[in-house]
Design a protein around this ligand. Structure first.
Ligand code: PNS
Length: 164
């Protein structure tokens, strides 16, 4: 059985992430979506909120589970018996960063291979950061994120406005 990992910040999960997770679920018997604590970033959603959203939107895939990790990704992968890390590639601009991560992860452990899935063309311009910016500035994110994520984003925007 090949167990794969789809790691990321997922702050929040977008339809682009779901495209990659769904395709990984058809390629591998067992898929763990690994949410990074990412101490160096200041996320909009707490790790608990990000996991809750992922649990809800990944429920159609019985072979997909959600986990969280702190520290090195390869350590988490080895701990979970994972042999494949799956990453989505959107554009050439992603390549340098992804190559650096894949090579560094291989240097850290040659027991874990990184594979890349080309993102669907309709998601090639999509990122969690741009979705957050659109929501914050009052634009519509319909069709870019799942409905439950859209609602939570609206709530965050409203809460931030009320605090001002
Ligand atoms: O969604 P993102 O923010 O592009 O995901 C990046 C992530 C979380 C996969 C990456 O930052 C990561 O693996 N962080 C864990 C720390 C680590 O293992 N660093 C060494 C790999 S180069």
């Amino acid at each position: 059985m090949t167990r794969a990992l789809v790691p990321g910040s997922f702050d929040p999960v977008t339809n682009g992430h779901l495209d990659i997770i769904g395709r990984a679920a058809t390629l591998f018997e067992d898929v763990i979506v690994a949410v990074a604590h990412n101490a160096s970033k200041t996320p909009l959603f707490t790790i608990e909120e990000r996991v809750e959203m992922l649990v809800e939107v990944c429920s159609p895939w019985p072979n997909v589970s959600i986990g969280t990790f702190d520290g090195l990704l390869v350590h988490f992968a080895l701990e979970k018996g994972v042999t494949v890390i799956v990453r989505g590639l959107r554009a050439v601009s992603d390549f340098e960063y992804e190559l650096q991560m894949a090579l560094m992860n291989r240097r850290l452990s040659d027991k874990v291979e990184t594979v890349f899935l080309m993102t669907g063309a309709e998601h090639s311009y999509l990122s969690s950061s741009i979705v957050k910016e659109i929501a914050r500035l009052g634009g519509s994110v319909e069709g870019l994120v799942p409905n439950c994520v859209e609602q939570r984003l609206q709530q965050k925007v409203t809460d931030a406005r009320d605090r001002r």
